[in-house]
Design a binder for this molecule. Sequence first.
Ligand code: FES
Length: 108
Amino acid sequence: GACMVLINGNPSPSCITSVNAVAGKEVTTIEGLEINGKLHAVQEAFLTTDAFQCSYCASGMIMSAVSLLKNNPSPSEDAIIKAMDRNICRCGTYPFIIKAIQLASKSK
Ligand code: FES
């Protein structure tokens, strides 16, 4: 899930998505979350909670979390785990990732 982007707001793995499939659709990458130099609340929360070690999974985790919180602003821990199921962290920082998503859900 490291390549996750949002297509019309829904998380989609860009590595298996053809350009033709996104014609006319809104594609948001991790770079698109920052607005006028201000990071998205989810990005801030991941930094605040030190949710990463190597950060290979970072952009995909954040994109999936952004989509989750857009659809469910106050997710339970189980809902977070289910929504993040396609994202893998080889470093195993899952408890911190959950904590970051919970923090971001409270910052809105
Ligand atoms: Fe290393 Fe997630 S922090 S893969």
